[in-house]
Write a protein that binds this ligand. Structure first.
Ligand code: NAI
Ligand code: 15L
Length: 273
């Protein structure tokens, strides 16, 4: 029997009160026996979620409590934007460390990790990128996602916990600007991608770019998509007339317009904070 051929019964979704957590909760509930929804206490309250388990990912003992009886984790919690190091250190770096250590101690078999396109955000908009190329992170946030991907490698190769790290592009209801002609991931394709990452067999510690079937995408991802059975249905090209003229930054020669990471190239440096 291969590692994932037994269906996952008890799932944990972190970041459940976030923009993407709210998209994923209903389809994930259909895919398992029991879904535990977790986020920071305030975020959960604001969303009025019932049957939710509040937890700060930076709190190791709280994360241990969250993981009891869980088979697989869809890890979408954490700081989701570029900014000073300290909050990213707590939520994304300490948080992912706590998550994997609790996963190991509780016999979790699979993690689907929300990584980000920003790990290669310093490639140019004319570049094509694949998951086997060197990272070019565009800030503190991107470095924290690389830490998550590296932790996934550690916990697979030493402890057998499988992970699909999803380098998600711009996951919005509709693509917002010219950059998103390359980076967009529709909500429907996000659901397809996460379910594929959760149910594919023998994924090891795989890195997969997560975008829709955009004609202008930057990523050579067909091999990884085939490996997990992800078949995107949407294409940002359908929105070109509406968004093709919208730049990330007013100056066409500014870094946010020249590098794949877009607006994140306009933030920082943040010093030692
Ligand atoms: P979001 O910011 O709406 O949601 C993230 C959630 O994590 C929030 O509800 C927040 O309360 C929670 N969180 C933050 N710190 C936490 C902590 N210390 N402990 C527990 N929970 C904490 O972000 P969104 O858009 O839903 O993204 C979800 C995930 O996907 C994030 O990890 C983000 O980095 C990643 N991602 C998102 C993309 C997008 O286009 N939305 C693109 C690439 C990656
Ligand atoms: C991300 O990683 C962010 O979480 C999200 O807010 C967007 O900025 C997205 O990348 C993007 O690159 O468009």
């Amino acid at each position: 029997m291969t590692i994932a051929s037994r269906p996952f019964e008890n799932l944990l979704l972190t970041g459940a009160a976030g923009a993407l957590g709210l998209v994923l909760a209903a389809p994930l509930r259909q895919a398992c026996q029991k879904l535990v929804l977790s986020d920071l206490v305030g975020a959960l309250d604001a969303r009025g979620l019932v049957e939710a388990s509040p937890c700060d990912l930076a709190d190791g003992s709280a994360v241990m409590g969250l993981m009891a009886g869980i088979d697989a984790v869809v890890h979408f919690g954490g700081v989701s934007f570029e900014g000073p190091f300290e909050p990213i250190l707590q939520a994304n770096i300490r948080g992912v460390h706590n998550l994997y250590e609790a996963a190991r101690l509780n016999g979790v078999r699979r993690v689907v990790f929300a990584s980000s396109n920003h790990v290669t955000g310093c490639y140019g908009i004319e570049d094509r990128v694949s998951a086997t190329q060197s990272a070019r992170p565009d800030g503190n946030y991107a470095v924290s996602k690389l830490f998550g991907e590296a932790t996934a490698q550690l916990y697979f190769h030493r402890y057998g916990i499988e992970t699909v790290s999803l380098r998600i592009g711009t996951a919005t209801a509709e693509p917002p600007d010219r950059r998103a002609l390359s980076s967009w991931l529709s909500h429907a394709d996000l659901v397809r991608l996460v379910l594929a990452a959760l149910t594919a067999v023998d994924v090891g510690a795989l890195v997969v770019y997560g975008v829709s079937a955009n004609s202008q995408r930057w990523y050579d991802a067909d091999a990884e998509w085939a490996r997990i059975g992800y078949q995107p249905q949407d294409n940002a090209e359908a929105y070109r007339d509406r968004i093709g003229h919208i730049l990330v930054s007013p100056d066409p020669k500014a870094l946010p317009n020249l590098l794949q990471g877009g607006s994140f190239l306009g933030f920082g440096p943040f010093g030692m904070s």
